[in-house]
Design a protein around this ligand. Sequence first.
Ligand SMILES: [Zn+2]
Length: 107
Amino acid sequence: MSLTEVAGQLLEGLHAQLPGSGFRLAGIEVQVGRMVDLDPEHLRAMLCSLLPRVEVRVTVVEPLLKCKDCGAEYPHDEHPCPVCGSPNAELVHGGELQIVRAWGETI
Ligand SMILES: [Zn+2]
């Protein structure tokens, strides 16, 4: 998916949640997981250009794995599991791509 499409989808979701009128958006916070194949700075620039006069904050979420065998959670760079040595793990953080917060004022 291209950067434009990603930004478009994020904003579509955002507008679906905001009141249609009487509200002026002042800022949004976006979480981007480190494992998402996307440059957070490029995404921020893209959102800024689509949302003039809106503060855009991008937070990068570091990858966290959860061991499927013992349940331990550990950073991605410690793979395989530092507790039991198992290579079976799922990504619990690091795949985020979402607007987590939006703020503004009623007008
Ligand atoms: Zn384990």
